[in-house]
Design a protein around this ligand. Sequence first.
Ligand code: BG6
Length: 484
Amino acid sequence: MVSRVIPVDDFDLVIFGGTGDLARRKILPGLFRRFRSGQMPADSRIIGAARSELDTSGYRAMIREAIVEFGGDEKSDTDTLDQFLNALEYVAIDAKGEGGWSELKSLIRDKVIKAFYFSVAPSLFGDLAERLHAHEIADADSRIVVEKPFGRDLASAQALNATLAEHFDERQIYRIDHYLGKETVQNLMAVRFGNVLFEPLWNSHYVDHIQITVAETVGVGGRGGYYDKSGAMRDMVQNHLMQLLCLIAMEPPSVFGANEVRDEKLKVIRALQPVEAHHIVRGQYDASDDAASYRADVENPRSFTESFVAMKCHVSNWRWSDTPFYLRTGKKMKARTSEIAVVFKDLGHKMFEGDSARHRNILAIRLQPNEGMDLQVTIKEPGPGGMRLIDVPLDMTFADALGDDAEDATDAYERLIMDVIRGNQTLFMRGDEVEAAWAWTDPIIEGWEARNDVPKLYDAGSAGPDDAMMLMHRDGRRWRDIKG
Ligand code: BG6
């Protein structure tokens, strides 16, 4: 199988925060891979803009190091890397003052696509947007890209949306949720709407429940300051898990268009019922073996922030009225795995004599690692001696199915940046979607705060607090094992 690479139109991309962690780890290594594949035109330019007093050659040297360290590939030859680095420029800029803006303007070309990546604190979005306009650097066709966290509650998200709207139309704003750029996440839509097999069964008549798990083995790393003020609910559930839930639960859009898809996702978020307090478990990892506790990691011995959340939610519409969605995410868990499991109902009638076991079809979609799907089906146990049934997985690992192409699969960021240049907003969150997600999340967090809720401790390296198991067991169900 040979993947098709269609070059995008010529562009100038300005990365505000161009020396930052995200730019060095993800954005620039991703752009380099798109350059190497032929998708980024050789004439296009990337302009790093940040506070540091660097010059272009210093910036190129910094990005060379970043690509070697984080690029994650051995295929690149030095010539290609040199050519890519030649497309880079640097401007030292003062986001709140006038320094650097005329220089930036002089670097931007007419008649190419212009994109501005705000890889900076949200408190600077307004200043940047205002200066891009005041200096006539952005035009009516320019795009801006913003990262999460998009607010920390409904009010702050509304304020950010209003700030951006002063200078840009919604069609120019690309709010990144990098989960939407993951290959298998998009595959959710292909599986549901590109096959005749699943959609007729995709409802509460046939689906017993759905489990969404995003388990990480990492702790809070060097981001303790940010994380301790956010917690898993704001950091993961309000955005990544919510997006997965939307793609699983939404109605088929009439066409695969940006607004049609986002309209359907919005309907799901608005149909989510408020979550009852006893349907949520908050957890915080404790020290175990040689792993430090959450509190030690964030250097806050009195922290009550959650590093784990498990919850049961209901999407209150015709399709899903009786099917619960169980969501679970946590840090320092026993394995790194993200998967969605659609657990179908038991057969109504058992016709095989002597078979008292419970057989269920389960469609498990693995987002990472080892992307793929497996469908648990019931078959006859091979051998003589009657009709004994067993459950086996029909396993499709994308790496096997796609052969060499799997190796070249694009990382979420590179795919999303190319979509910005193409002007395709399908995989980006619309302002009303983000606000609706906060409107659902806020009361949950406010409830915890009002009750001074204390998270349940779980051992680092485990599957989370016992109460999370009980959340399922009480309903006669069980979580799938967390295995990498
Ligand atoms: C980020 C969160 O958005 O997603 C991090 O802020 C988390 O806390 C990360 O670790 C997980 O992303 P991925 O792609 O590694 O699953």
